[in-house]
Ligand binder design. Structure first.
Ligand SMILES: *[C@@H]1O[C@H](CO)[C@@H](O)[C@H](O)[C@H]1NC(C)=O
Ligand SMILES: *[C@@H]1O[C@H](CO)[C@@H](O)[C@H](O)[C@H]1NC(C)=O
Length: 439
């Protein structure tokens, strides 16, 4: 693994990009925008919304179809980088590829691996458990916002000022996460903030910078967005050349409201769609090699639909977000019990997977069931759901969540954890083999 070891070096790597014309996928206009407006040769500045214009390849289809969340047009091409860097996960239609061959995304979530003081050896054991069950991908947290330093954290706040932790409890620790994954041939999906209060997340930015509890200001306030971009830039620049990172994810489960339940009352699905466009384009402007995803729960925006996850009330429009050209794949979670479908978990989740497979096909982009969980009848429900993933054509899946039993320490169980000696591991192992065998 080749790593940039300091902030100064990391910024030096990015500087030429910032000073030149706006790169492919970069922002080139918008109502609050004051930066460079000329796109690099071969690309054109295309209006996307009042807040956002972006450089896209001159020969590609204009992105104006994504401006309206209600559009159903299928983008015929996407503005992709011309060269495919070797070893990185890329996207072709609804499939993932590595070095031009199909790459099966199957595995688990392990939010805790970089947050609980684990040694490199214990991280390797944890990833090894997942790899032994056929897993190829693990999703984890690349954030922990703190206001007083303790344990592993990636950014600490003093008043309005954030400081990124580049030391052994911070980014050097995340280097170990990457090394442990690499040692097990596991790719990482790394979420960069949290909708929820766990490990700080969005609410810390809003509270520290604005003194407000209105969660949705994270998506709209210019100062907050700049602070988040600064964090993103330092974090992702460090791993710019590292193919072990499969994708950056804008946030875990973005919604209009977070753990405090407060918002300014103006947030709609269009708010988060506009934010997702802006932040994903920003990431593409400094890191064209890695895939980018939203990390949302896959809620639809169909007011009046019979069940809550389809009604749009949380501020997510899955189909609109899937059409954002700087998001490479779609994500969906399945938690029917807390979503009001208790007693009907298996059937409801099966339909939920089928509906997202239909969106995947319609917009010709991969979609992964990147979190799923029930707390009872796990083997039976998961067998049905995972068979549905295979038969519906959904691109891949990651269970919430694989646990590990290390010497003297067991990873946390939130009621969903599955351990290598439990009844679910054989289910996910058989499924990983079936998904790899699917054409
Ligand atoms: C991809 O190709 C590169 C260059 O040939 C090679 O080093 C790497 O191991 C390959 N990766 C995979 C997963 O095939
Ligand atoms: C269970 O969910 C399925 C799929 O959404 C639905 O068709 C069915 O009506 C539901 N059954 C009950 C009892 O709610």
């Amino acid at each position: 693994m080749k790593l940039v070891t300091g902030l100064a070096v990391a910024s030096a790597v990015v500087t030429p990009v910032v000073l030149a014309a706006v790169p492919l996928y970069g922002q080139c206009g918008g109502s609050d925008y004051t930066g460079e407006t000329t796109c690099v040769a071969g690309s054109t500045c295309v209006y996307s919304s009042q807040w956002y214009s972006q450089c896209v390849a001159s020969s590609s289809t204009p992105t104006t179809t994504v401006a309206s969340p209600t559009t159903t047009a299928v983008p015929t091409t996407t503005a992709a980088p011309t060269a495919t860097p070797s070893g990185f996960v890329t996207v072709s239609g609804t499939k993932f590829l590595v070095n031009g061959s199909k790459f099966t995304v199957v595995g688990s979530n392990s939010y805790w691996v970089g947050l609980m003081g684990l040694s490199l050896d214990n991280m390797k054991t944890s990833f090894g458990n997942i790899a032994a069950a056929g897993g190829t991908v693990v999703r984890t947290w690349g954030f922990n916002e703190v206001t007083s330093a303790s344990g592993n954290y990636y950014q600490s706040w003093s008043g309005t000022k954030p400081t990124i932790n580049t030391g052994s409890s911070g980014l050097l620790n995340f280097d170990n996460v990457v090394a442990a994954a690499k040692a097990n041939n596991i790719r990482l999906i790394v979420a960069l903030t949290n909708n929820w209060g766990d490990y700080g997340g969005m609410d810390v930015y809003v509270k520290q910078i604005l003194g407000s509890a209105n969660h949705d200001l994270f998506y709209t306030d210019a100062t907050v967005k700049t602070a988040f971009k600064n964090y993103i830039k330092t974090f992702i620049s460090r791993y710019a050349s590292e193919p072990t990172i499969m994708a950056w994810e804008l946030a875990n489960e973005p919604r209009c409201k977070g753990s405090t339940g407060t918002s300014s009352g103006t947030c709609t699905p269009a708010t988060i769609t506009a934010w997702a466009k802006e932040i994903s384009a920003y990431i593409k402007s400094i890191d064209s090699k890695h895939l980018v995803a939203l990390g949302d729960e896959g809620f639809y925006n169909q007011p009046g639909a019979p069940t809550y996850p389809y009604q749009g009330g949380e501020g997510i429009d899955f189909d609109a977000n899937l059409q954002i050209t700087t998001l490479d794949f779609g994500t969906v979670h399945s938690y029917p019990t807390p979503w009001g479908q208790g007693g009907n978990e298996t059937a409801w989740g099966t339909q939920w997977i089928a509906d997202h497979a239909a969106s995947q096909k319609k917009y010709n982009k991969p979609v992964i069931l990147e979190e799923f969980g029930v707390t009872s009848n796990q083997p039976a429900t998961y067998t049905t759901w995972l068979n549905q993933v295979v038969s519906s054509g959904l691109t891949g899946d990651l269970i919430w969540q694989a646990g590990s039993k290390l010497s003297g320490w067991t990873s946390p169980d939130d009621g969903y954890a599955v351990y290598p000696d439990g009844a679910v591991y054989p289910v996910i192992k058989a499924h990983a083999a079936a998904l790899k065998a699917r054409a």
